[in-house]
Design a protein around this ligand. Structure first.
Ligand SMILES: Cc1cc2nc3c(=O)[nH]c(=O)nc-3n(C[C@H](O)[C@H](O)[C@H](O)COP(=O)(O)OP(=O)(O)OC[C@H]3O[C@@H](n4cnc5c(N)ncnc54)[C@H](O)[C@@H]3O)c2cc1C
Length: 324
């Protein structure tokens, strides 16, 4: 028999786990389906910008969020969602191993950063090799760094690093920098940024930590740069093949959401890095998850003919207006 849940959450990163906590805590049956626990948080050994914690780690936060979700009787399975379809009873969620029926869905499938594809890259990941400049640049105060990437990602990476590092090599394939003119002008004014045009990274090396990056230019000339950190900003992959026929996707390949994590489909809500929010960070994913989770809960309540919860109560007593 096909199992039924009031809400199914897709994704076990901070957005999905937070959505699950807020749904399950309202005593609404909730299944969270994810390929793994934690998502991109598994790439963060040192987490220092999650409010309320001086220093933590991505995997530790993932485990804590999972425990909270399970404590509220949420259910979790490790599987991959391959297709979501409309069904008579609501929505059908197909996975590699099973099928489920649900009334509402929270999408939180996140994204995966693109890699450079050089030898040693995964071994030196978080040991000098990084994929999120806005997350990890502050660890490189006064140190020598390089950044390689494309378009706006590269420009932003260079600007952020130049505020922290003593030196930034900006490595790019083209002859001139492409992208936002204001950002390019800002980069060109920075004294600690050295442009490395018409070049790509050939190899990286280091024993315990990254020590050097060898670049090759269009003429085949190789140069080895001694660096403490290499930031790879080649964009990310968001895979929404399983749901793109049901929700509006924007030009960046993200799920378009409005207030409360609402998508273009009334029974589907979304949160986190796979959505159109501007700042892709853990605290933003958690907040989005809470919003989408409560919106899904409200949707279920209204299906049952109940009023749901409101965030905009207003009461006037005498001259005083109370908002709560
Ligand atoms: C190297 C790196 C360092 C970072 N450092 C920081 C930092 O210091 N501070 C900070 O605030 N942010 C940091 N970030 C960003 C932060 O990790 C993300 O903003 C956050 O993880 C996004 O959460 P999410 O839940 O939307 O997506 P994700 O974390 O990407 O999680 C998505 C989840 O969905 C699952 N999934 C995807 N598709 C399916 C499917 N079809 N079926 C089932 N499951 C699926 C994935 O397996 C994964 O578990 C960093 C990111 C990277 C890459």
């Amino acid at each position: 028999m096909v199992q039924e849940y009031e809400v199914i959450v897709v994704g076990g990163g901070p957005a999905g786990l937070s959505a699950g906590i807020f749904i399950a805590r309202q005593k609404t049956s909730c299944l969270l389906i994810s390929k793994d626990l934690g998502g991109q948080m598994n790439l963060i050994p040192k987490l220092e910008n999650y409010p309320g914690m001086m220093m933590s780690s991505g995997p530790l936060l993932a485990k804590t969020l999972e425990s909270q979700f399970l404590a509220f009787n949420g259910e979790m399975i490790y599987d991959t969602v391959t297709m979501i379809e409309e069904a008579e009873e609501g929505m059908k969620v197909k996975t590699n191993r099973s099928e489920y029926i649900t009334k509402a869905i929270v999408l939180a499938p996140g994204k995966v950063p693109n890699s450079l594809g050089v030898e040693n890259e995964s071994t030196l990941s978080n040991k000098g090799v990084h994929y999120c400049t806005k997350c990890d640049a502050p660890f490189y105060q006064g140190r020598v760094t390089a950044t390689v990437g494309v378009g706006g990602y590269l420009l932003e990476s260079g600007i952020l690093l130049s505020r922290m590092a003593s030196k930034v090599y900006l490595i790019y394939k083209g002859g001139t920098l492409g992208g936002d003119k204001e950002m390019i002008a800002s980069i060109e004014k920075k004294e600690n940024v050295q442009l490395v045009p018409q070049s790509s990274v050939k190899s990286i090396s280091g024993t315990n930590n990254l020590q050097s990056v060898t670049v090759v230019d269009n003429s085949g000339k190789e140069t080895t740069l001694q660096v403490d950190g290499l930031f790879i900003e080649m964009g990310s992959k968001i895979n929404l093949d399983f749901v793109k026929h049901l929700v509006k996707i924007n030009s960046k390949g993200e799920i378009e959401i409005s207030e409360g994590g609402k998508t273009s489909h009334p029974a589907i809500f979304a949160a986190g890095d796979a959505t159109s929010i501007p700042y892709k960070q853990i605290v933003a994913a958690c907040a989005g998850g809470a919003n989408a989770g409560l919106s899904a809960f409200n949707y279920i309540e209204r299906l049952k003919g109940r009023p749901g919860i409101r965030a905009d109560w207003k009461k006037t007593i005498g001259d005083t207006v109370f908002h709560y």
